[in-house]
Design a protein around this ligand. Structure first.
Ligand code: TYM
Length: 340
């Protein structure tokens, strides 16, 4: 941990197991920050309940999320790992920011528009206000950088707008001077695999909730399942990889392989130009199997050691509590709440 350095913060919802979109688009990109910055990574269980969750599964998946971060290389000695619901200031600041946001700006969120379509006439209110909670997560810690996949870019823009609005509205600090209330955060979106697509429909983002079997590769899939999913990946009616403008399905496989191998996209493409699609599918499956196997076995090992995981989560909770309460108190004072 590097107090005094720039703050890096990110999170994944503890629903189901993480998939390769979460890993390649987000978690893997957190690792380079560990030695340089003050890092906070957490499991956003408050976000998960925007859609109904089985309590036992949510509990299990919350442990699984923290185990996944560690298994992917997020060393708990170099980052604060915690669980969102254990730190009340997230929900408290979310309410304050809800009062500073407008229905109009929340209605424009594309993720809300997509997700709400699945709920007919009964759209959960939490799906609508969800990006405000995410803004609270970020602004509570004076976050500078937020490494996320491309789908979170619009939510980050909202967090920036809310930070600027609050800074403008409440410029006077509790010491009698003027200072910005919130740091305005920057999104950090990777160049490769920032949007991993479904293996069954490359026009859709890979998503945990995709009902189509084979669309999504999870970090707890077996070697066989991973191979099967890649071999059956939907591409297009062609047969050989073209040098220019490969179809979205082919680009997706190339991006996945490039990201797993930390190789430039063009270099991976050059290896397959003129070759049958089958080679790309088989090789990408092999790369994914090799990279996922040690992560999967480490997750299972960590899940077997609840004492250790609980210790990490408790330490993270204490660190996050004291940091977040300071910011929340400053917000409450500036707003005019008494006794903080
Ligand atoms: P979530 O849980 O949907 O996804 C977690 C992270 O994985 C990225 N991601 C992807 N990247 C590439 N391709 C994909 N197919 C793909 N699917 C998901 C997401 O961009 C994200 O980085 N609202 C957030 C969680 C959150 C958060 C925060 C993130 C809550 N508070 C504060 C950052 C900072 C979410 O639902 O992510």
């Amino acid at each position: 941990m590097n107090p005094g350095k720039k703050v890096v913060l990110s999170a994944v919802q503890p629903t189901n197991s993480a998939h390769i979109g979460n890993y390649l688009g987000a978690i893997k990109n957190w690792i380079p920050y560990l030695d340089l910055y003050d890092c906070l990574f957490f499991a956003v269980d408050l976000h998960s309940i925007t859609v109904s969750q089985d309590p036992e599964e949510l509990r299990e998946n919350t442990f699984r999320s923290i185990a996944t971060y560690i298994a992917c290389g997020i060393d708990p000695a170099r980052a604060t790992l915690f669980v969102q619901s254990q730190v009340p200031a997230h929900a408290e600041l979310a309410w304050v920011l809800t009062c500073a946001s407008s229905m109009g700006e929340l209605s424009r969120m594309t993720q809300y528009k997509d997700k709400s379509q699945r709920h007919g006439a009964h759209i959960p209110t939490g799906l609508f206000t969800y990006p405000v909670l995410m803004a609270a997560d970020i602004l509570l810690y004076g976050t500078h950088l937020v490494p996320v996949g491309e789908d979170q870019k619009q939510h980050l823009e909202l967090a920036r707008d809310l930070a600027e609005r609050m800074n403008h509205r409440y410029p006077k600090d509790s010491l009698g001077g003027e200072s910005p209330l919130f740091q305005v955060p920057e999104p950090m979106i990777g160049k490769v695999a920032a949007r991993v697509m479904s293996l069954q429909d490359p026009s859709l983002k890979m998503s945990k909730s995709d009902p189509s079997p084979g669309a999504c590769v999870f970090l707890n899939d077996s070697d066989k399942e991973i191979e099967k999913k890649f071999k059956r990946a939907v591409t297009d009616s062609g047969s050989e990889v073209p040098a220019e403008n490969p179809s979205p399905g082919i680009q997706n496989l190339l991006q996945i392989q490039a990201s797993f191998l930390d190789e430039p996209y063009d270099q991976v493409l050059a290896r397959y130009v003129g070759k049958q699609y089958g080679y790309l599918k088989v090789d990408t499956a092999a790369v994914a199997v090799e990279k996922i196997r040690p992560i999967r076995s480490e997750i299972e090992k960590l899940l077997g050691d609840r004492k250790y995981l609980t210790k990490i989560i408790n330490e993270g909770r204490l660190a996050a509590l004291s940091r977040s309460e300071k910011v929340r108190n400053e917000v409450y004072k500036r707003i005019g709440f008494i006794g903080h």
